[in-house]
Design a protein around this ligand. Structure first.
Ligand code: P1T
Length: 379
């Protein structure tokens, strides 16, 4: 099945009871048993629920994996991956990443004796220099949030395999429409399904997808034992969202390109971060591992002007100033004070998250309206 068919049919068949074309919302906490253990595959809804199960199959299908797991948020999904580790283990992570992930790593898991090393991974060959006998996980966002660095998935996967280290890719920004990390050698794909997979800013959810059965069983054990599952209503919404992922993503990419090019030619804008530019330092890798370049664009104002940037985000009318990304509507964010406020100022400035940085999640509205909105807001 091709990707554009998988988004609609992946892991789904008409409901056995009445032929409902959409998996029904099984809003139930438990399932009747005829005798202890005599059930129809479901016993308690933390362990499994038919609506969630359909979604988990859909996640696995669109990521070309074998096993999918749905969680109550993206961070709950990341949390489950970290629970594979033991005190003394080390994690190598991209130094540019969602600050909630950074906070989970440094403020929760460091206290449990896990060590984190945040490094620039734009030159993937360097990663090997940081691997020690204790390294058990490489954690990568690509494109990174919010600086839009691209990490070479194939090279990183080869290094991880050589050293028998698990390799996880947070595929939230790209989505499987643009890149499928499991096919490029990653062991785990993670999503904040809150974003493009859901696609309509109406749910909070996380996803993991793997190919390996033993790894899936360990993660399923953690999902059930820790209990950070999503509810059936949200599972239904995510299933509906995924059905249009390919058409939405195509438009996100078109509009993302138009916005990036407009900003790049604007005299009041200093730097524009978008992997589709030939002058993006990782453009060559982006071209090999991504089908297109997505709808996320970050930029700074001339002279790193904090006040000018704040004026822009306040002036925008179609772009809404809000956290999050990946919905059909365009959003603008100020990472230093919003999504990335959990990263200490000196650390975030080192990686480019300066006070004038604005991050756009370019939606699927009319391109001309989006450009006109930026024009009036920048002045
Ligand atoms: O918000 P949640 O569903 O828990 O997902 C966390 C998360 C994980 N990974 C990436 C790359 C993310 O962008 C996020 C959430 N990010 C935002 C809310 C944001 O505005 O960047």
């Amino acid at each position: 099945m091709k990707f554009n068919t998988k988004t609609i049919h992946g892991g789904q068949k008409p409901d056995a009871a009445y032929g409902a074309i959409m998996p029904p919302i099984y809003q139930t906490s438990t399932f009747a048993q005829s005798t202890p253990g005599g059930h129809k595959g479901y016993e308690y809804a933390r362990s499994a629920n038919p609506t969630r199960h359909a979604l988990e199959e859909a996640f696995a299908s669109i990521e070309n994996g074998k096993f999918g797991l749905a969680f109550g948020s993206g961070l709950a999904a990341i949390d489950a991956v970290l629970k594979l580790l033991k005190p003394g283990d080390e994690v190598l992570s991209t130094n540019d990443l969602y600050s909630g992930t950074y906070r989970l790593f440094t403020k929760i898991y460091e206290d449990f004796g896990i060590k984190f090393n945040f490094i620039g991974m734009q030159n993937a060959n360097h990663i090997e220099d940081y691997i020690t006998d204790s390294t058990k996980l490489i954690w990568v966002e690509t494109p990174t949030n919010p600086m839009m660095h691209i990490i070479d998935i194939v090279t990183t996967a080869n290094i991880a395999k050589k050293h028998k280290v698990l390799f996880a890719v947070d595929n939230t920004f790209a989505t499987p429409y643009l890149q499928q990390p499991l096919d490029l050698g990653a062991d785990i794909v993670m999503h904040s399904a809150t974003k493009y997979l859901g696609g309509h800013s109406d749910l909070v959810m996380g996803a993991l997808v793997v190919k390996d059965k033993e790894l899936a069983e360990r993660l399923y054990f953690i999902q059930n034992a820790s209990g950070a599952i999503c509810g059936p209503q949200d599972a239904f919404l995510a299933l509906r969202g995924i059905k249009t992922l390919h058409v939405r993503m195509q438009r996100h990419c078109e509009n993302g390109r138009a916005v990036a090019e407009y900003l790049d030619n604007h005299p009041k804008i200093e730097k524009v971060y978008w992997p589709g530019f030939k002058h993006h330092p990782n453009h060559a890798i982006a071209k090999t591992q991504m089908r297109d370049f997505g709808g996320m664009v970050s930029f700074t104002t001339k002279g790193n002007n904090y006040e000018a940037s704040i004026k822009i985000v306040e002036n925008l009318k179609i772009f809404t100033l809000a956290e999050s990304l990946g919905g059909v509507e365009s959003l603008a964010g100020h990472p230093a004070s919003m999504t990335h406020a959990s990263i200490p100022k000196k650390d975030r400035e080192k990686i480019g998250v300066v006070d004038s940085l604005i991050r756009l999640s370019v939606g699927i509205e009319d391109e001309a309206d989006l450009i006109a909105d930026l024009k009036q807001a920048i002045g």
